[in-house]
Design a protein around this ligand. Structure first.
Ligand code: IVH
Length: 700
């Protein structure tokens, strides 16, 4: 049994710590893929299972709760590409109901809360549109600001992008319009539009999206609003935030008002009076689901009377007055034609099912993920099998299993490759976790010599959150790579030297004009000067995501200091390793990844060649004029006046370094109730120990 499958009750403390580290890392990656890249890899159910496992382990080993624990994070971080917009009224999320029993419980809870045992209550049943929510602020009837949901409290300013959506009124209709009102609803893409958009993208060699939801999210969060304008986005209004005048006495009336302002509201919404009515509406919508031209993933039930909604209020981040009754994932049967292997940036081999094209819930599916070798074996899937494909709306399609009774005689068990499909044909290894258990991932050991990893590294390097080179997308990159013009990041910055030739080549291949070629070179030049955090992130070191890259940048200050330290880490220098490990939120996984990355001489040379092309800016100099400037601080135990994240951010703003473990280098330990071994170590080492109040007094 792998560590990931070990029941929580059977974990030793050491194994639990390793699991918590893995879960923190994986959940952070999934958050990044879901919220920032709009390209989730796992279903909501699998994501929730990881979160639950994390909580269960933390409940059993409270002393092992990590500072970067997923249980302490709230939703999506706001991307730095868009300005932050705080929501006047938080954008809540909904609790889920999966069965009729859950729905009965919901109505019973509401009645009990309102002390309404015998009084009938009216509810609305609205299709749950599977897109992404947006908030639109109108002042004097004019659309002045639009934002994404973000983490529910702060969203991203996407006004320019929202203005391009045809069915969002720029000016509200009617003469009785609140002076100021914030309208909420769902941005989505219809199936037919999605299919057309993906085939056009495919023909142009651009990225395609796995499903309409990701396409909608990706299209709305474009830096260039002209790109958004070219995407077929639509909008349904269903809620509101701050308003200077009420919209009515009930949800039903409010929806009618929204329609009168000029918004599309969903025509399938209904008002019912009891649980039977809700379940009837659910069955009705489920039956119509596959005929709809857009994705819905359930039905939202809301208490109709708005005064009751207000009395019911919210618990945490979900309202008591509404619930989402989810549909099961849509499925279809089709033939498994073959299995391809994709090699990712870190060498992980992912099997991808090639399917006889099949429509699942309105979308044509040709590929589905099979995750890893163990998954194929566990599901007993053979090439040639009739398989069940599932599309959960928000993730890439998955194979549920094979139909055993329909296995053709010719079906062959799949032999997972033991060598990488790359030209090096390197051996494929199965990794061990820290606790000595084999993981499910098979990995090519070719590192940057493997062409698949190379191109994935390059794609990562130019991606939006790394070097973000405009005009050098995956398609152009692949072309340059094939022609051997770019085989490592430094080559990008040498491209202009081949000016005359590249110009001709680009013109020939892309039909690109002289101006666009010049623009490309200008974009490359503008990135020759880069922040330290982007430089580190762009290297694509395993486990070093954006946040970790920022931590490293802050911790080392300059590229020179960073590279020197990494060489020492790779050489096994204990002090350098200790310094790295002591940085806040850096654990064994990152230390090991840095060792491996910089210890590989080809990779290290490649980094040097890149560095030689660039001017890497120093990380912003920490403040030197405060009481804690330059001091290394460790927070331990519970904090009561500040959240841990606030405390850390504040300390860093004031020029302190925040570390996660206590060592001789620690200057201050801020200890709250429940502090354990770190407090003890601090006392032993004679480190200054402050209470939270003393800390606040110190920083003023
Ligand atoms: S009401 C307080 N109504 O579902 C609840 N949400 O999980 C505010 N959604 O973030 C939302 N259709 O993106 C509401 N008819 C509908 C909806 C709907 C889709 C989405 C929305 C929200 C999520 C909640």
């Amino acid at each position: 049994m792998s560590l990931a499958e070990t029941p929580v009750e059977s974990l030793s403390a050491e194994a639990a710590a390793a699991e918590l580290e893995r879960l923190a890392r994986e959940l952070a990656e999934h958050d990044q893929r879901y919220f920032q890249d709009d390209a989730p890899l796992i279903s909501d159910g699998d994501y929730d299972a990881l979160k639950h496992r994390n909580l269960a382990i933390e409940a059993r080993f409270p002393e092992l709760v990590r500072p970067d624990s997923p249980s302490r994070r709230v939703g999506a971080a706001v991307s730095e590409a868009f300005a932050a917009v705080p929501h006047g009224v938080p954008m809540l999320s909904l609790d889920n109901a999966f069965s009729a029993g859950d729905v009965e419980d919901f109505v019973r809870r509401v009645k009990r809360f309102l002390a309404l045992d015998a009084t009938p209550i009216r509810l609305t049943a609205e299709p749950k549109i599977d897109g992404l929510s947006a908030s639109l602020t109108y002042v004097s009837g004019r659309l002045v600001r639009a934002a994404t949901r973000g983490d529910g409290r702060v969203g991203e300013d996407v006004t320019a992008n929202i203005l391009t959506i045809a069915d969002i009124p720029k000016t509200l209709l009617g003469d009785d319009i609140p002076d100021r009102i914030e309208i909420r609803g769902e941005v989505y893409i219809a199936h037919a539009d999605f299919a057309a958009m993906n085939s056009a993208a495919e023909a142009a060699g651009e990225r395609t999206y796995a499903n309409p939801r990701n396409a909608a999210a990706g299209s709305l969060r474009q830096i260039d609003a002209r790109v958004t304008a070219s995407r077929p986005l639509r909008f349904f209004a269903y809620a509101w935030g701050e308003t200077s005048a009420p919209l009515g006495a009930t949800q039903t009336e409010a929806l009618e008002r929204l329609a009168s302002f000029g918004f599309s509201t969903n025509p399938l919404s209904k008002t019912v009076t009891d649980v039977e009515g809700l379940l009837g509406a659910y069955q009705d919508l489920e039956a119509r689901r596959s005929d709809l031209d857009y994705d819905i993933d359930g039905v939202v039930y809301k208490i109709d009377r708005l005064d009751w909604q207000e009395r019911l209020g919210a618990v945490g981040r979900t309202p008591r007055w509404a619930i989402a009754h989810k549909f099961p994932a849509e499925q279809a049967r089709t033939r498994l034609l073959g299995i391809d292997i994709q090699v990712g940036r870190t060498g992980a081999l992912t099997p991808v099912a090639k399917l006889q094209p099949v429509t699942v819930g309105g979308v044509v599916v040709r590929n589905a993920t099979l995750h890893n070798a163990d998954e194929i074996a566990r599901k007993d899937i053979c090439v040639g099998d009739m398989v069940i494909v599932q599309r959960a709306g928000d993730v890439i399609p998955q194979i549920v299993g094979a139909v055993a009774s329909e296995r053709p005689a010719s079906a062959e068990p799949y032999a997972f490759p033991t060598i990488c499909p790359c030209e090096l044909q390197t051996a494929v290894t199965q990794e061990m976790t820290g606790a000595g258990v084999l993981t499910v991932v098979r990995r090519c050991t070719g590192e940057l010599a493997c062409p698949y990893q190379k191109i994935e590294h390059l794609k990562h390097f130019v991606s939006r959150r790394a070097f973000d080179i405009e005009g050098l997308g995956e398609k152009q990159l692949a072309g340059f790579f094939q022609d051997d013009w770019i085989s490592e990041p430094a080559d990008i910055f040498r491209l202009a030297i081949k000016d005359a030739q590249s110009l001709k080549k680009l013109k020939d291949r892309e039909g690109a004009g002289e101006t666009s070629v010049k623009n490309l070179f200008a974009a490359i030049e503008s990135r020759r000067t880069i922040s330290l955090a982007r430089f580190i992130f762009g290297l694509g070191i395993r486990h070093v995501g954006e946040t970790t890259a920022q931590t490293l940048a802050r911790g080392y200050g300059s590229a020179h200091a960073f590279l020197t330290a990494m060489d020492q880490v790779a050489a096994g220098d204990p002090t350098a390793i200790e310094d790295l490990d002591a940085l806040d939120q850096i654990g064994t996984a990152v230390v090991e990844a840095c060792k491996a990355f910089f210890g590989e001489s080809h990779t290290r040379d490649l980094v040097q060649r890149l560095f030689d092309e660039l001017t890497v800016l120093e990380a912003e100099a920490p403040r030197a004029d405060t009481a804690v400037a330059g001091k290394t601080v460790v927070f331990t135990g519970a904090l009561e006046r500040l959240t841990r994240d606030e405390a850390k951010a504040q300390a860093e703003r004031l020029g302190a370094k925040v570390a996660s473990s206590v060592s001789k280098k620690t200057d201050i330990v801020v200890a709250g109730p429940g502090a354990g071994s770190k407090l003890k170590t601090a006392a032993e080492l004679g480190v200054r120990i402050l209470s939270e109040d003393e800390w606040i007094a110190l920083i003023g």
